[in-house]
Design a binder for this molecule. Structure first.
Ligand SMILES: CC(C)c1ccc(C(=O)O)c(O)c1O
Ligand SMILES: [Fe+2]
Length: 304
């Protein structure tokens, strides 16, 4: 069904963590975010810029990916998106005033996508903060993306392209990964379904775009200083062209810094590329991802 709403950006990702103190230390002292306060159930909000939050960490008995939340351009886009998902029979539900207020959102709704059963939240306005960030470790550029390991990448890809307003920027031959942009957001990708060998769907990574190479070099040294395991990098992705560094947090969530991602124009964008999946083509600097801890990556909460 044709999509008639426009994305602004990936708003935030919500994760359950075992030890919120430890995770907070990672998010602030290593990754460079600001903790902006607490919400219900001991949830902590973290920001990288002027939006109230980019990530929510909530203490729980086991770690898990809870949901992603997507910012649309206008309140009219939000109403159109709600009707669109109603038309698809996905039963979107508006958040009550209390929950929207807790999340610093004007209005928001949630729905479950039918391929994997993950929760998607949509809103148009999140509280804008004018106070300067206190954390001086990194200059974040504002863009984000995340990736999930799914049982069928092509199925997820096709559903998102046909029904959820995403476009393919690149995919790996055999469809073991696709990199999807949230139209008309110019970033090469905001979401990546990945079909890596895994007994269950897992959260693969969340990525924050940074402004300069110094940010990545300094992150590498902080990883050493705080004895944080590196999952991948430093390297350069052949797909988006970005320089990357991925770290494991205390629950084996992977957090990426990414610099210099290809930008797509709204009109006249290039066609998707079918990228080689041979190991020598996976990283321009021959970086090799850690596979030893793959089985520890946290699961996805699936509502279906
Ligand atoms: C290693 C993962 C799947 C991956 C691959 C490519 C890009 C990119 O082109 O930027 C990523 O950001 C990734 O996280
Ligand atoms: Fe990434």
């Amino acid at each position: 069904m044709a999509v008639n709403f426009r994305y602004r950006r990936l708003g935030y990702v919500a994760l359950n963590v075992i030890d919120v103190e430890k995770s907070t230390k990672f998010a602030t002292d290593v990754f460079g975010l600001d903790c902006v306060g607490e919400g219900p159930n001991g949830a902590r909000f973290f920001r990288s810029g002027t939006s109230h939050h980019d990530i929510i960490l909530t203490p729980a008995a086991s770690p898990a990916f809870v949901r992603s939340s997507w910012e649309l351009e206008t309140e009219e886009d939000l109403d159109r998106a709600f009707r669109h998902y109603q038309g698809l029979g996905l039963n979107p539900v508006w958040l009550g005033a209390g929950e929207s207020a807790d999340l610093k959102l004007e209005r928001a709704f949630r729905m479950i996508e039918p391929v994997l059963g993950t929760t998607w939240e949509y809103y148009a306005r999140m509280t804008y903060l004018t106070s300067p960030r206190q954390n001086r470790l990194t200059k974040f550029q504002g863009g984000k993306h995340y990736g999930l390991v799914v049982p069928d990448c092509k199925k997820m890809n096709d559903y998102m392209v046909e029904n959820m307003g995403f476009l393919v920027s690149d995919y790996m031959e055999g469809w073991f990964a696709s990199l999807l942009r949230a139209f008309p957001n110019p970033n090469h990708h905001s979401f990546a379904p990945l079909q890596f060998p895994s007994p269950k769907p897992v959260f693969h990574h969340v990525a924050f775009m940074v402004d300069e190479i110094d940010d990545i070099g300094k992150l590498l040294n902080r990883a050493k200083q705080f004895d944080v395991k590196i999952q991948f990098g430093i390297g350069r992705h052949p797909t988006s062209g970005s320089i990357h560094l991925y770290l494991y947090d205390p629950d084996y969530f992977v957090w990426e810094y990414t610099l210099g991602m290809e930008q797509f124009p709204e009109a006249g964008a290039r066609e998707p590329r079918r990228m080689s999946s041979l190991p020598e083509n996976l990283d321009l600097w021959q970086a090799v991802p850690d596979r030893e801890h793959f089985s520890k990556m946290p699961p996805i909460i699936q509502a279906l």
